[in-house]
Design a protein around this ligand. Structure first.
Ligand SMILES: [Mg+2]
Length: 369
């Protein structure tokens, strides 16, 4: 099997809630996503998706996905898409870094591997653990009472895990955490995710001000060193996200005892192949995970479902149904939420069919000679 063509389509994904706000006044109203297609000589097509959370969340931006693909794609024509270690090795040889650019190709190659073997991706990634995957709902940054009302609203829809977007004014953040915890039963989990928005002293202060509450603290500060200092001075369960962007970062954090839970995003790490390396290490080390991506629609959500469903339940903290946050459906067969949970498809590959109307006028199209 050989890759004959790599193409990409730009898709706008407007938000159901009209905008999404997080730390330090950052926000997005329409996500710019890229659907990546990898076609073989025999005419089989696999799909992936990359959708950065705007240009200011991670060192990644939507136009960069497409520009990077133009750089990468010619070197992959003629390669066997089922040989995923070789595909990833080749991508690293021809383009240093830029993991998010590589993620869509890697996901599409997993889709092809599944389609060519008649197996769902989650079974190829290790097997299906349990009936379904528990989801969290991200609560966009708003005044405390509105955030608490949104937590209550999404709880009604079946979610039992919530991630509050804090990382704003520390005094207001203390109120946000208190107001949200107040509307939840003791068995629900609440995460205060500052998305790097606090300075070290404010992070310690906020955590101490809510130490009587059952709340997790996620990525309080910008650097790993600041987060580690905060972690050592507070007693809440601690999650790292933005700083864990490679296997080496995870190994260092594990050695330092820097977190209890880690947030693994597929495109932050360069695709399912690389994310699986970190996932398996976390399982071996007893670290729980939020398994997700930076954002996306139906295809990204399908990839998340396969990654999460192939992870032992004890190590699964939460995952995300990003396709329920946006107003556009790009594929049929994508996971749909039921009572705050989703599951990976039993169909071959990712188990999705991209809607034909999404595949008009490609942003790039690279063929073999
Ligand atoms: Mg996070």
């Amino acid at each position: 099997m050989q890759i004959a063509r790599i193409f990409a389509h730009q898709v706008d994904l407007p938000l159901v809630e009209s905008s999404y706000q997080w730390a330090s006044g950052k926000s997005v109203s329409v996500f710019d996503s890229t659907i990546v297609g990898v076609e073989t000589k025999c005419g089989l097509v696999g799909y992936g998706e990359v959708c950065p959370l705007g240009p200011v969340y991670l060192p990644a931006y939507a136009a960069g996905v497409r520009t990077g693909l133009r750089e990468l794609a010619p070197s992959l024509i003629g390669q066997d898409p089922r040989q995923l270690a070789k595909i990833n090795d080749r991508m690293d040889v021809v383009l240093k870094g830029h993991p998010y650019v590589k993620s869509g190709i890697d996901i599409a190659c997993w889709d092809l591997l599944g389609k060519s073997t008649n197996m769902p991706v989650c079974e190829l990634l290790g097997g299906r653990f349990g009936e379904s995957v528990r989801l969290y709902r991200a609560i966009s940054q708003l005044p405390p009472d509105q955030m608490a009302a949104n937590v209550a609203k999404y709880r009604e829809e079946g979610y039992t895990r919530f991630q509050l977007k804090v990382g704003g004014d520390p005094d207001l953040d203390i109120e946000r955490i208190r107001a949200a915890r107040e509307v939840l039963p003791a068995t629900d989990r609440l995460v205060a995710d500052a998305n790097t928005g606090w300075t070290q002293h404010e992070a310690i202060r906020v955590a101490r001000a809510v130490r009587d509450l059952d709340v997790y603290i996620e990525q309080p500060c910008a650097t790993y060193e600041e987060c580690l200092t905060v972690r050592r001075q507070i007693d809440q369960p601690f999650i790292l996200d933005e700083n864990i962007d490679s296997l080496h970062a995870l190994l260092r954090a594990k050695a330092d005892g820097a977190m209890d839970v880690v947030n693994l995003k597929i495109s932050k790490l360069g695709g399912l192949t690389r994310t699986r390396q970190l996932r398996d290490l976390c399982v071996a080390c007893g670290i729980a995970m939020t398994l997700e991506d930076s954002w996306g629609g139906d295809i990204a959500t399908a990839a998340i479902a396969h990654l999460a469903h192939s992870t032992p339940e004890a190590n699964r903290f939460t995952s995300t149904d990003f396709n329920s946050y946006v107003t556009v459906s790009t594929a049929v067969g994508a996971p749909t939420r039921e009572q705050g949970r989703m599951s990976a498809s039993h169909e071959p590959g990712l188990g999705i069919e991209v809607r034909p109307e999404m595949l008009k006028s490609p942003a790039l199209d690279i063929f073999g000679a």
